[in-house]
Design a protein around this ligand. Structure first.
Ligand code: NDP
Length: 329
């Protein structure tokens, strides 16, 4: 592959939004490496996806210790790509990682103890060949570790310079509010919350988004396309190269007739808006001022381009919103 030269006009069309009350701006579209960047995938395609994203203003790349498969391999592959293509661009990138799900055997490779979080971040930094990550997340709440211990671990990681900012993911509103309070007292305010949010999964509307706004915390919804269900790819069956064909994180049984019927109806509205269904689904999330950035996944560079083009129209008429709500009932 020829040496990579980022596009000179890469900052011209992307929109950058302030993350909560912080000083940090994030691109309206961010790219996650949960799927399609593991050792089971083709590194040339991974490279092309990342290059396409960066060339079009995506500065934020989201990882976690367990992304792959196998777990850890997405970080290792991303590290290689960074080293080969982005050595001179580290200061233009916001790179995140997380710990909170099962990563290694024994009592210290899961959940939310200080032992696990600190050790896991060390491993992530090694895999990505980085000195620090920009954002480090606790990936999911731990019912058995005191919230104070987990938050102290995050605070100490920032004080050691191993992460610049702290985030939490999958925390319900009440627990998130408790975490924000502790972090504020410790002097490391929470930057961002990463919840699952899409037209098909709207729990954040029942309190979490208000809590984030009240605390000046940004929001980066994951799986905004419901892993591909909110695109036109499943409207006529399951294509061989689609995530559901791998039948693991998205199962064939998740492609229900009810979801396909809804996607078909939504697709008609998208057409009237001159958008793809994927673009409308992303725009629908971005219409809310409490959302900082949507965290997309992609298996091909063209999907990144298609998704970014949602920014051309992120406003909805009252009629469109109520028709969409009726479809989603
Ligand atoms: P999406 O809902 O955006 O799904 C991505 C998939 O949708 C792609 O792999 C592709 O499917 C399809 N797709 C994407 N763009 C288009 C397009 N324009 N047109 C048609 N199809 C398209 O997000 P993910 O579920 O991948 O999650 C995104 C990120 O969120 C992850 O990488 C990760 O960083 C984060 N995440 C965080 C979690 C957490 O607990 N904090 C949990 C899960 C994800 P196909 O592969 O079939 O081509």
């Amino acid at each position: 592959m020829i040496a990579y030269q980022p596009a000179n006009n890469r900052y011209e069309s992307m929109k950058y939004n302030r993350c909560g009350n912080s000083g940090l701006l994030l691109p309206a579209i961010s790219l996650g490496l949960w799927q399609n960047f593991g050792d089971v995938d083709t590194i040339a395609n991974c490279k092309n996806i990342i290059r396409t994203a960066f060339d079009n203003g995506i500065t934020h790349f989201d990882l976690a210790n367990n992304y792959g498969p196998p777990p850890g391999s997405a970080e290792t592959n991303f590290g290689k790509i960074l080293n080969e293509d982005f050595k001179n661009h580290r200061d233009e990138l916001i790179i995140s990682s997380k710990a909170g799900y099962t990563m290694w055997d024994g009592p210290y490779g899961d959940w939310g103890s200080k032992k696990y979080l600190v050790a896991s971040l060390h491993q992530s930094l090694k895999r990505m060949q980085l000195e620090y990550v920009d954002i480090f997340y606790h990936h999911r709440p731990d019912p058995n570790t005191p919230l104070e211990e987990t938050m102290q671990a995050l605070d100490s990681i920032v004080r050691q310079g191993k992460a610049l900012y702290i985030g939490i993911s999958n925390y319900p509103a009440e627990q998130a509010a408790a975490a924000f309070k502790i972090l504020k007292q410790l002097g490391t305010p929470c930057l961002i919350h990463q919840p699952k949010y899409s037209m098909f999964e709207r729990w954040v509307e029942n309190g979490l988004l208000d809590t984030l706004e009240a605390n000046g915390v940004g929001c980066i919804p994951f799986s905004p396309l419901a892993q591909g269900l909110l695109t036109d790819k499943y409207l006529k069956g399951i294509p061989a190269d689609a995530r559901a064909a791998r039948n693991f994180f998205l199962k064939e049984s998740d492609i229900t007739q009810d979801k396909i019927n809804k996607a078909n109806q939504l697709n008609e509205i998208a057409k009237e808006r001159n958008q793809s269904l994927a673009q409308m689904a992303l725009a629908w999330i971005l219409k809310d001022h409490r959302i900082t950035t949507v965290l997309i996944g992609a298996s091909k560079p063209e999907q990144v381009l298609n998704s970014i083009a949602c920014l051309q129209n992120t406003s909805f008429s009252k009629e469109e919103l109520s028709t969409i709500n009726n479809i989603l009932l």
